[in-house]
Design a protein around this ligand. Sequence first.
Ligand SMILES: [Mn+2]
Length: 277
Amino acid sequence: MPRDLDTIRVRTLFLSDLHLGTKGSQAEALLDFLKYYDAEMIYLVGDIVDGWRLKSGWYWPQSHNDVVQKLLRKVRKGSSLIYVPGNHDEFLRDYVGINLGGIELAEHAIHETADGKRYLVIHGDQFDLVVRHARWLALLGDWAYTAALFVNTYLNIARRKLGLTYWSLSAWAKLKVKNAVNFISRFEELLAAEARRQEVDGVICGHIHHAAMHENLGVSYVNTGDWVESCTVVVEHFDGTLELIRWSEASRKSLPGPSPEIAVSIEKPVALDGRAA
Ligand SMILES: [Mn+2]
């Protein structure tokens, strides 16, 4: 496949929570990232287009269009694209299993890395209700957990049909600052447990806008973060290693390849610690 000299090719890209259609979406930064990176396979891990917000007021500037065009262009040039909807684009869940011009829609997916590890790829909103009521549900047992997952899905479909906004777990957690840490770890535990239940080596998710990559829970927990605040993405290199990238002016300037920006910004320090472990 022909490519530009300064394009970085990776095996896989995992992106989530772009929230295109909202003012908060950092579409320009994402466009910049997509200029530098090309992948054999791209996973969109939910909340790509914010259907809930679009309904209450159309906001769709050119840059948001450009992101969609850029992704479609990568598909035309040979990248595979799997779109796993989240809660903000759950209208697409009605179409899972179909293939739209090279884009596969799936409720969740299993990704196998180059070194043979298997990951569950899922947005994660399915666990909102369980995260909030973990203590009660633990007391009530397995059936309550299963019921909560079920109720969570149908509650949100009902809210959508009633024209209500999506109840946001991350907004809720931010309001209850004291609980935020708690809530992140509960979310991580639930997703790790789901990975174990599906007998895979790890999980790659989004939803809570908190990028992370660790092995503290017996399986790999990977959260791609978002393109509203943190501008984070997970890439898989050709040897199967995963890397969490925080995209910023600094990370872009540290890349090899001719770029006029480098010449004028030599004195600026390059923040390598922007890349979280
Ligand atoms: Mn979400």
